[in-house]
Design a protein around this ligand. Structure first.
Ligand SMILES: Cc1cc2nc3c(=O)[nH]c(=O)nc-3n(C[C@H](O)[C@H](O)[C@H](O)COP(=O)(O)OP(=O)(O)OC[C@H]3O[C@@H](n4cnc5c(N)ncnc54)[C@H](O)[C@@H]3O)c2cc1C
Length: 499
């Protein structure tokens, strides 16, 4: 609990999915948190519908795996890219089978429902104070802490609170980003799209998979969301009358080949400008940015919210380690250096896909179609994105800085259930005993769990990577891999501890 009623470990501005995930992770770590959110209700317009297996694993770390699964469905059928002639050019694969994170690789959901799960999760933590209808008015910082000034949108009353760190999860217009003064770098895609959600009222013969209709006359996306929810995203063309476009009569005309008004209830419609931007400067001493506040992507890969949730996971354990005195402040500098290259690579990939989907020039579309062999679509998976330099051994980039898988252990538990919020040192007793006393003390000071009798699944991983031992961070990214007992002292240097 805060020592003073108005003094917190962390103040979070914004209770969207990024802020709510961060508040859950910090709450679960026992941190005192103030959350400021301008709105009373969860944002009702159509937004995210897809998250990936790593994101479910982060919800698991926050103790919300079952709750998130209860409102989602696994992405079994993938995504098909179809040209104007109706031929499938490219398929992003799908499967219900457990992938590396101990769950399916992709899930579909309705963002307001997920945000509901995350908000309910916060009720578990009495030391997390959520103030809805309270707006950040200003933030300053000194050597000891930051001071946030905020106002009630009900009573007009102004308040201040102190927090050791402030995280702006305050969305695209981010007042915290403005306070930091970070610039947004534009990665080149800026295009309005109409997005609308319907709820089917009767069975309709629609594909079970997502379809990217790359028709130069009117590019659009169709998504089977969850339950009876279906989504269309329709590119806005230069001659479109935007006001007319969101009127129900026009909406139903646009989707007439697939669904009729008597078959479905229109839930919401909105025009969004899809953009591709990344902020330069995610930290200014005690102030941080996370989520849409520091990056926005066109949704063609369904990764915008996922990126914000990865930010929350990356930052949560580092803030906790520094606040607990287990690591030095320098660890917090690795947040931007690790996350920015990862998110930038995903945005650039989404922009490249966007360029395939958004082609409206018939000649260019024909050229594009010719590159794909009709009838024999190429199947692709999202390539793994790498963290930039940070808190791991840079000499083995094919392993360190990548997520460690989550196998099922011999006792039936998933690995993360055993580890909780700790890091881990995994290897046979014989290998681990080769480490120096200073290294063993480092493991202890970092709070890592030492597993010196790895079960069959962990031994199999070590064998398949020709490794004698592996060290994991609390967010399950690999710190380093030791090929021999002697190597352990070297890689343990990358495990963050206080000086
Ligand atoms: C059409 C569409 C489809 C998408 N599909 C996907 C998808 O399939 N998968 C995916 O991963 N992502 C997707 N996204 C992206 C995803 O919706 C966003 O990335 C995500 O909502 C960002 O979350 P956030 O918490 O960072 O920001 P937000 O959700 O924008 O939350 C920011 C919060 O900060 C609050 N706030 C702002 N200023 C203040 C202030 N001064 N004081 C207090 N509170 C404040 C706001 O009220 C808001 O609640 C999609 C987006 C769109 C538009």
């Amino acid at each position: 609990m805060p020592e003073r009623a108005d003094a917190y470990d962390v103040a979070i501005v914004g209770l969207g999915p990024t802020g709510a995930t961060l508040a859950n992770l910090l709450g679960a770590a026992g941190r005192s948190v103030l959350v400021l959110e301008r709105e009373a209700a969860i944002f009702p317009l159509p937004r995210a519908i897809h998250f990936d297996g790593e994101v479910l694993r982060i919800f698991q770390a926050a103790g919300l795996r079952e709750q998130a699964l209860a409102i989602s469905r696994p992405g079994v059928h993938g995504m098909h890219f179809v040209n104007g002639a109706g031929q499938t050019m490219l398929i992003r694969g799908g499967s219900a089978a457990a992938g590396p994170h101990g769950c399916a690789n992709n899930y579909y959901f309705h963002q307001p429902q997920l945000e509901g799960v995350l908000r309910e999760g916060l009720a578990r933590f009495p030391q997390v104070h959520v103030k809805l209808r309270h707006e950040l008015l200003g933030v300053t910082q000194d050597g000891e802490a930051a001071t946030v000034t905020y106002g009630s949108l009900e009573s007009g009353q102004r308040h201040t609170a102190r927090a050791r760190y402030v995280v702006g999860c305050d969305g695209a217009r981010s007042p915290v980003r403005q306070a930091i003064g970070s610039n947004m770098v534009d990665l080149g895609l800026r295009q309005p799209w109409l997005v609308f959600d319907v709820v089917l009222q009767q069975p309709v013969d629609l594909p079970p998979y997502t379809v990217q209709y790359c028709d130069p006359r009117r590019p659009m996306t169709y998504c089977n969301v969850v339950g009876e929810r279906r989504r269309w995203e329709i590119m806005v063309l230069p001659d479109d009358d935007r006001d007319a476009l969101v009127r129900p009569d026009r909406l139903w005309t646009l989707v007439a080949p697939w669904v009729r008004p008597e078959q479905a209830r229109l839930e919401r419609a909105a025009i969004y400008t899809f953009q591709s931007v990344v902020a330069e400067g995610w930290r200014d001493r005690r102030l941080f940015l996370a989520g849409d506040a520091c990056h926005q992507t066109p949704p063609f890969l369904g990764q915008g919210m996922c990126a914000g949730i990865r930010d929350a996971s990356n930052l949560a354990w580092k803030l906790d380690a520094v606040l607990a005195g287990r690591a030095s402040d320098a660890l917090l500098d690795t947040y931007e250096s690790e996350r920015k290259p990862h998110v930038r690579a995903l945005i650039e990939l989404a922009v490249r896909l966007g360029n395939i989907i958004q082609t409206t020039d018939p000649a260019l579309a024909a050229e594009r179609d010719a590159k794909f062999e009709a009838g024999r679509p190429e199947v692709f998976e999202l390539p793994p994105q790498l963290l930039g330099q940070g808190a791991f051994d840079p000499t083995v980039p094919d392993l360190a800085g990548r997520p460690f898988p989550q196998p099922q252990l011999d006792d039936g538990r998933l690995l993360d259930e055993l580890l909780g919020r700790r890091g881990a040192v995994i290897g046979s007793a014989q290998v681990l005993s080769a480490a120096s006393a200073a290294t063993a003390s480092r493991w202890q000071r970092s709070g890592a769990m030492v597993i010196d009798r790895p079960d069959a699944s962990l031994q199999a991983w070590l064998r398949s990577h020709d490794a004698a031992a592996v060290i994991l961070r609390p967010d399950r990214y690999i710190v380093g891999v030791a090929r021999s007992g002697a190597d352990l002292d070297r890689i343990s240097q990358y495990l963050p501890v206080a000086p």
